[in-house]
Design a protein around this ligand. Structure first.
Ligand SMILES: [Zn+2]
Length: 313
């Protein structure tokens, strides 16, 4: 069941829920969507029409990049030694030469500062076609917003491993930002204990699951996540990564984590099942249920903590 409400109605409901006091005798509203205001702002900003679908090398992409940079700076997430931006030029399988720019941030770890978890989400999408803007709210304004929410959480309580955040460009052109990153990483690939990739984290209402892909290839991670309690009716599910999972049902190389997989870096991917708005101009914020997105983001943050605390290397 999918609830369609206008963003104006959502904003009004959010404002109300934010202002609500817990005065005696006033039960919490059962319909007010529970979502962190910043998480919703990040999603709606990145998926707005003026981002023009965030295709690489467009004014809309530049605006999205400026917004993500400003969010890192606002939170005090430092740039790594190589700098905040990692520009690249890559040629994809179709022979297309693509110019893109990855965005980086780093938070030092408290226990294993010399080991890195690289948390990633692509900020590009497919732009405009036939006069229609593909806003890519789920794909992947959601994953970037989840990444920013995790960064905020890690600024409140530092991680044990050092964390490098990367918002990748040109994923939709063939994982190009990620491929460049593993060719020119800011730290040696051997020091990366895990790539945790977020791509499509909002629309978990389809099956109530946030899928974890990659434990078939990296089985030591699975026990760290198996006991995770569901959040708001959304639970982790493991799969889309075995030899029996074929075609579009195999997600091992379906997003940027595929570049880490190819480079023999341990990886996990978190994302939701395909839905009818996938890669359609209808992948809009109006189709995102705030409470579902908040639940899957909370689950993603809890998953990060479990991995950070449980990784053996
Ligand atoms: Zn995507």
């Amino acid at each position: 069941m999918r609830l369609h409400v206008s963003s104006a109605a959502l904003i009004a409901a959010l404002a109300l829920s934010g202002c609500m006091t817990t005065s005696e005798g006033t039960p919490p509203s059962p319909v007010a969507p529970a979502i962190d205001a910043q998480l919703w702002t990040d999603l709606t900003t990145l998926a707005a029409d003026d981002m023009e679908g965030r295709a690489p090398s467009t004014p809309g992409s530049e605006r999205a990049r400026a917004y993500i940079v400003s969010r890192f700076e606002q939170m005090g997430v430092a740039a790594p030694a190589m700098g905040r931006l990692q520009p690249f030029q890559m040629t994809n399988r179709r022979g297309e030469v693509v110019n893109g720019t990855n965005i980086l941030g780093v938070i030092p770890g408290t226990r294993r500062g010399d080991r890195y978890i690289v948390v990633t989400a692509h900020y590009d999408h497919v732009g405009v076609s036939d006069g229609q803007i593909h806003n890519g709210a789920d794909d992947n304004a959601s994953g970037v917003s989840t990444l920013l929410a995790l960064a905020a959480d890690l600024k409140r309580q530092a991680p044990e491993h050092s964390v490098i955040f990367v918002a990748f460009d040109a994923e939709e052109k063939g994982l190009l930002g990620a491929k460049h990153f593993v060719e020119a990483p800011p730290v040696p690939l051997e020091s990366i204990a895990l790539n945790l990739n977020f791509d499509m984290t909002a629309r978990a209402e389809t099956d109530g699951r946030l899928w974890v892909t990659g434990t078939y290839q990296n089985p030591t991670f699975r026990p760290l996540l198996e006991g995770m309690a569901p959040v708001g009716g959304i639970s982790l599910a493991f799969g889309k990564d075995t030899p029996e999972d074929t075609g579009a049902n195999n997600w091992v190389e379906a997003s940027d984590h595929g570049a880490f997989f190819r480079a023999n870096v341990p990886f996990l991917y978190l994302g939701v099942e395909f839905h009818p708005d996938y890669h359609k101009p209808t992948d809009d914020v109006e189709r995102v249920q705030p409470a579902v997105f908040q639940s899957s983001t909370t689950l993603a943050i809890q998953s990060f903590r479990a991995l950070d605390q449980g990784l053996s290397r």
